[in-house]
Design a protein around this ligand. Structure first.
Ligand SMILES: [Cu+2]
Length: 137
């Protein structure tokens, strides 16, 4: 049996070489492809039921206390900004979010990806460093 397989491989290889030598026309590569095991979907667990997440970001001069926020795709997010020090805002243009201190934005994280959020109020020398990301997964 093993011998047969080896021979078959050799023949295939020779065939590949020949067809390469010819004009690289139609090779039958699909024959090689076994059905790939489908990835187990841990990412979609609980995706059926839409959840709600309340997230509060606290801002000081000049940083947000949550540089990275992870949420689940499909969840409804209530994002609140609390200014503990200074006057800051949060904007996420891609998600249509723009809030000031004490305000809450509500949006649905329906698209996976990483969204940058940043301070929307010119608050001083550290303003440009006030960024974070919301990761929808
Ligand atoms: Cu700012």
């Amino acid at each position: 049996m093993k011998k047969t397989v080896k021979t078959a491989v050799a023949v295939l290889a020779a065939g590949a070489l020949i067809s390469l030598g010819a004009c690289g026309g139609s090779t039958n590569q699909n024959a090689n492809r076994s059905p790939s095991p489908t990835a187990t979907s841990t990412a979609t667990e609980g995706a059926a039921g839409q959840g709600t997440q309340n997230i509060t970001v606290t801002a000081t001069n000049w940083k947000f206390d949550k540089p990275e926020i992870r949420v689940r795709q499909g969840d409804k997010i209530h994002l609140t900004l609390q200014n503990q020090q200074g006057n800051h805002g949060i904007e996420i243009p891609e998600l249509n979010v723009n809030i000031k201190g004490g305000e809450t934005a509500t949006f649905t994280a329906d698209k996976a990806g990483t969204y940058e959020y940043r301070c929307s109020i010119q608050c001083g020398p550290g303003h440009n460093g006030m960024v974070g990301s919301i990761i929808v997964e």
